[in-house]
Ligand binder design. Structure first.
Ligand SMILES: Cc1cc2nc3c(=O)[nH]c(=O)nc-3n(C[C@H](O)[C@H](O)[C@H](O)COP(=O)(O)O)c2cc1C
Ligand code: SF4
Length: 551
């Protein structure tokens, strides 16, 4: 397999097409082939209609060449060969075709500014993972470890720590993207002598294993961040709620706590200051719902892991009814670097509305599957072609699911949407926990949704009726569809059910159980209707008479 070294993207919005972008695309493709570079260079299209404002109309058709992030425009069809010869073959930016910088505003301007990023260049959270001995506190200290905690407790007030976080724009990486600094300020402001910091390391979203890499590869990072959080909100105790299967991470955290206590980074009077902080590790027993922050709190308290009704929120009434800060591992892991380098440094990474990096777990029909940390705002197309080293031989992208089981279905034509909280929100999809499932043309959408529906009906804790019954009904419908026994009316029934699930379920599990089903109907209605009207699975996956998955 040859690794793709470059990507040429041609704008394909209606205005670009009117101005000849399809001929341009053909000329670029032919030129790449004539230099025998087709194994190394991807020529593809980019839907810029979601990215440009009216000014960009003057630079259409537009061509973006990665990884140089060169934005050319307007490019005439006859310029295609010249562009390939100069930029791709000879490696020279074609200055006379570059779009005028003053017209590169908004997302396109940002794309232009991202010149030269290569895989793994933007590591904050995973900066040390794989490079230090995770069982050595000395290694951690040598790599700036506990420097941010020292700075916080000896040089900063709790308020100024929170202020830096608020200015950095860090948003929660556990799925919802809530502003971290704001959450810390809520807990700091909450009434009560006793407060807690809880690190959510449950990570039971299928396909998500980013937090595991952070915990196994750099356990002190989470401890340092939790202690900083304790100082900022006024807590002297913290809990790490860790997925029970994460045995290595559990051991390393325990060992790291002992080491940190011995050297005075945890325990009483940290750095000689009037601040004490103790951390406990609590292993979960294996339930997806226990990642939900209030179910997690119930579980730490020794009760059945069922979500509470909210409000009140954990920020005021959390663990043992005390004000509690709950943050995801990846969220916390950003904090020490932000304190060391400042809010402005952090804001210089990623996009203006979603600063920093994101850790993704990549799965599916691509050449590289694993964990990457990349700047916020990178597109799915870049993830697939550059970081995942392309689709597997013979595979073409059909869809991706972002954010795990509760995440959105992204059809191939949305792959140029920047992956950041705001852009995804605008596109009506969710970034979720960072799991990226990449599916090729052999994936049957109905089969995929059936598996997800099975997951939700199994994981529903049963506390509230809409979710307990609704997830089962949703599974029944998808199962019928996959056997060729569905009716068109089933789609409306399911969509109504999903609306009710979202409106009336007690927690995020039920509220998002139908997200993928809705995406299926929106983006792949023809394929679903083939299962209903022709009783056939176009991809040939559903046997059309398969058995129900037993309980
Ligand atoms: C069913 C369900 C499962 C969840 N699982 C996790 C999880 O494994 N890890 C996590 O950090 N957040 C999970 N969350 C989100 C948490 O409730 C919470 O929003 C998050 O831990 C807050 O941290 P953050 O602000 O740093 O993102 C889950 C939510 C729901 C509804
Ligand atoms: S929505 Fe589902 S998982 Fe959440 S409390 Fe209700 S039954 Fe339990």
């Amino acid at each position: 397999m040859k690794i793709k070294r470059s990507m040429i993207l041609v704008s394909n919005d209606p205005e670009s097409i009117r101005l000849g972008s399809q001929d341009l695309f053909r000329n670029l493709t032919e030129a790449v082939e004539s230099y025998n570079l087709q194994d190394e260079v991807v020529v593809s299209t980019i839907d810029v209609s979601t990215m440009y404002d009216v000014q960009h109309a003057n630079i259409l058709p537009m061509v973006i060449v990665h990884p140089d992030a060169a934005v050319y425009g307007p490019v005439k069809p006859e310029d295609g060969r010249y562009l390939v010869e100069e930029h791709i073959y000879k490696g020279r930016i074609v200055n006379d075709l570059l779009a005028p910088p003053k017209l590169l505003t908004g997302s396109i301007g940002w794309l232009r500014g991202r010149k030269g990023y290569n895989p793994a260049e933007q590591r904050i959270v995973l900066e040390r993972a794989g490079r230090i001995d995770p069982e050595s506190i000395e290694d951690y200290i040598t790599a700036n470890g506990y420097e941010a905690l020292g700075k916080a407790v000896t040089e900063m007030t709790p308020e100024s720590v929170i202020d830096v976080l608020e200015k950095s724009g860090l948003q929660g990486r556990g799925g919802a993207g809530f502003p971290t600094g704001r959450k810390w300020s809520f807990v700091r402001a909450a009434q009560g002598e006793k407060k807690y910091v809880v690190c959510n390391a449950d990570e039971s979203e299928p396909g998500t294993f980013k937090d595991r890499i952070v915990l196994e590869g750099d356990p002190h990072l989470t401890l340092e961040a939790m202690a900083i959080a304790g100082y900022a909100i006024g807590a002297d105790e913290g809990y790490i709620y860790i997925r029970g299967e994460y045995g290595v991470a559990y051991q390393r955290l325990q060992q790291a706590i002992t080491q940190a206590e011995e050297l005075g980074f945890l325990g009483n009077n940290i750095f000689g200051a009037d601040f004490s902080f103790h951390i406990h590790v609590h292993a979960g027993a294996g339930a997806y719902v226990c990642g939900e922050e209030t179910a997690l709190i119930e579980s730490i308290e020794g009760k059945r892991g069922e979500p509470r009704s909210r409000p009140p929120y954990p920020t005021t009434n959390g663990l043992w009814d005390k004000p509690t800060l709950v943050n995801n591992v990846e969220t916390l892991a950003n904090v020490p670097a932000i304190l060391r380098n400042g809010a402005e440094w952090y804001k210089s990474l990623g996009t203006p509305s979603s600063p920093g990096t994101k850790v993704y777990t990549i799965m599916g029909n691509v050449n590289f599957r694993g964990v990457i940390e990349v700047p916020m705002g990178i597109t799915l197309r870049e993830v697939i072609n550059i970081y995942a080293k392309g689709m597997k031989p013979g595979s073409t992208l059909k869809l991706a699911q972002t954010g795990g089981s509760s995440g959105s279905i992204i059809p191939a034509d949305l792959q140029d949407t920047p992956m950041d909280f705001e852009s995804f929100r605008k596109a009506g999809v969710s970034l979720g926990s960072g799991a990226l499932l990449i599916c090729d043309q052999n994936t049957c959408i109905v089969d995929l949704i059936k598996v997800l529906a099975q997951f939700f009906r199994f994981e529903s804790c049963g506390k509230c009726t809409p979710c307990r019954i609704g997830t089962q009904r949703l599974y029944d419908i998808t199962e019928r569809l996959s056997r060729g026994q569905g009716e068109l009316a089933d789609l409306d029934i399911a969509l109504n059910l999903i609306d009710e699930l979202a409106r009336t379920s007690n927690c995020g599990l039920g509220q998002t159980a139908g997200t993928a089903f809705r995406g299926m109907v929106t983006h792949f209605r023809d394929e679903v209707e083939a299962h209903i009207l022709r009783r056939e699975c176009p991809v040939g996956v559903c046997s059309m008479e398969s058995e129900m998955i037993p309980d």
